[in-house]
Design a protein. Structure first.
Ligand SMILES: Cc1cc2nc3c(=O)[nH]c(=O)nc-3n(C[C@H](O)[C@H](O)[C@H](O)COP(=O)(O)OP(=O)(O)OC[C@H]3O[C@@H](n4cnc5c(N)ncnc54)[C@H](O)[C@@H]3O)c2cc1C
Length: 470
């Protein structure tokens, strides 16, 4: 059987692995990129892009329906096959982009196979090939978790890996999991005319740590589908449907075409043989990873992307791939990188965003300023005047530290806040920046102003009074 030698072996050719390979090769390392499929990244095949394509179709249907607010009457005619065909056609273009990048890799870098460690820097692939490297980057991503009670539903059980393959839109779906992935898909399906109910054994949605914002989000989403929290589930399969039984904070049963499980994505570590590496593993089989170097302990092993279970979003997979690839190439001369301000966005309508790091408890060290949208100028004009933004700042001077946001276009204002936090800006400094009228960004001013009032910051001669229409 062949034996391959390299400086840096990367396991997994998703976003994190592709970036790690490029980063290590740019620094002169001889790289080997191993993947069990080379089918494209999760983002393009079954993640960000197909889910946003479904959301785009739902937004079009919703825009037609709500046109009557503005005196325009129309009813959407939803062609489920056409919706799914367009989704797959556009999705496949993104996948083709990944394949084109893979095809440009230098000869000998790509290797198809499922890898398992046999030691800290040695691997065995399922085709019998053995690999020895100076350092290894694990970028194996995550996979859907299916609760045991729901496992026997055959093809009536959907996950993000199968839902986008449906030939047409179903007529009813029970969504299991009130995290961002479940909520995005539930709302999109509902707005495309699918009867949707959502279930979760926990008692919060979207993992939000701000109860007031969570309440606003729940109320808004319940316009499109019902949400059952704090429930245990059991299910049985009939010929072409599933009956779901729930007990707990509410009780009931319902029949659905499909069950869509979006109940978390644990790291993909199965069969990876981490036990042979000598790393200390926690009860979930995960080593501890230094987020500033992506190194596992002091070993020549690095992790990047969803597999480290820290910030499971695309731009962080890219950032971590870059850090891991660079440090793997330079091992043992590992350098630290300051990580970006955390930013997570959920593409429901209205969108939800969490920026920065929430204070552990809203105690005397922090202040919180709120912005409401009911009377906000731009939001009223476009009839999007629902939402709540809570911005957190430290009491000593008003430096911005976190924001939890639900409201019109918060995906954009969340970026501005993340950038302001990266610059270490205070609420007062943000208020000294231009705010065009009438925009959603203006709607954030009340939150910044109340932070300024609450903190012991020097007085400004800026006019912080109310301006009609904003
Ligand atoms: C439905 C959905 C919607 C999402 N929407 C967004 C969004 O809007 N914005 C956002 O920022 N993020 C979003 N995400 C998250 C984002 O897609 C992930 O953070 C990102 O794709 C993670 O990339 P990765 O490189 O860690 O993993 P992946 O892209 O999954 O790559 C892992 C690779 O490793 C391979 N592999 C695994 N084990 C082995 C092994 N033993 N040997 C060889 N190869 C192996 C796999 O086959 C795979 O190719 C979404 C995710 C989902 C599921």
């Amino acid at each position: 059987m062949p034996h391959l030698q390299c400086d840096v072996a990367i396991i997994g050719a998703g976003t994190a692995g592709l970036v790690a390979e490029r980063s290590a090769r740019r620094r002169g390392a001889k790289t080997l990129l191993i993947d069990d499929q080379f089918a494209g990244t999760t983002c393009t095949t079954a993640g960000c892009m197909p889910s946003k394509l479904l959301i785009a179709a739902a937004a079009a249907a919703h825009a037609v329906r709500r046109a009557r607010i503005f005196g325009i009457s129309a009813q959407p005619e939803i062609d489920g096959r056409a919706v799914m065909d367009r989704l797959r056609k556009e999705r496949d273009r993104f996948v083709a982009g990944v394949q084109a990048d893979l095809a440009k890799l230098p000869e000998g870098v790509k290797h198809l196979g499922r890898a398992a460690f046999t030691g800290p820097t040695t691997l065995k692939l399922d085709d019998g090939t053995t690999v020895s490297a100076k350092a290894v980057v694990i970028a194996t991503g995550s996979r859907p978790s299916i609760p045991p009670a729901l496992r026997d539903l055959g093809d009536r059980l959907l996950t993000n890996e199968t839902i986008f393959e449906l030939p047409t839109l179903p007529s009813s779906v029970a969504v299991v999991g009130a995290g961002p992935l479940g909520l995005e898909l539930a709302q999109a399906l509902a707005r495309l005319g699918v009867r949707v109910e959502l279930f979760d054994k926990g008692d919060t949605i979207a993992g939000l740590e701000d109860a007031a914002v969570e309440q606003v989000l729940t109320t808004i989403l319940e316009d499109d589908f019902s949400i059952h929290l704090g429930v245990d589930l059991a299910a049985s399969r009939e010929a072409d449907s599933v009956t779901l039984y729930w007990t707990g904070d509410s009780e009931g049963e319902g029949r659905f075409d499909y069950l869509l499980v979006a109940a978390g994505r644990p790291p993909q570590l199965d069969g990876l043989g981490l036990g042979t590496t000598g790393l200390d593993l926690d009860e979930h089989g995960l080593p501890s990873v230094d987020p500033s170097t992506m190194q596992c302990g002091s070993a020549p092993i690095f992790m990047a992307g969803d597999v480290d279970h820290a910030r499971p979003v695309l731009h962080e997979a890219q950032a971590e791939g870059n850090i891991a690839g660079r440090n793997a190439a330079a091992y043992p001369h590992v350098t630290r990188t300051r990580r970006m301000v955390p930013l997570a966005i959920m593409f429901t309508d209205p969108s939800m965003a969490v920026v920065g790091t929430m204070p552990k408890a809203p105690d005397e060290d922090f202040v919180c300023g709120s912005a409401f949208y009911e009377d906000q100028g731009r939001a009223k004009v476009f009839a999007t005047n629902r939402g709540l933004v809570n911005i957190y700042a430290d009491r000593q001077g008003g430096r911005l530290t976190a924001a939890v946001m639900v409201g019109p276009a918060v995906e954009h204002s969340a970026h501005l806040l993340a950038w302001a936090m990266e610059q270490g800006m205070t609420a007062s400094e943000v208020l000294d920046m231009p705010f065009y009228h009438p925009t959603y960004e203006e709607g954030l001013k009340p939150a910044f102003r109340s932070i300024c009032k609450a903190v012991s910051a020097p007085a400004s001669d800026r006019d912080d009074g109310f301006v009609p229409g904003t």
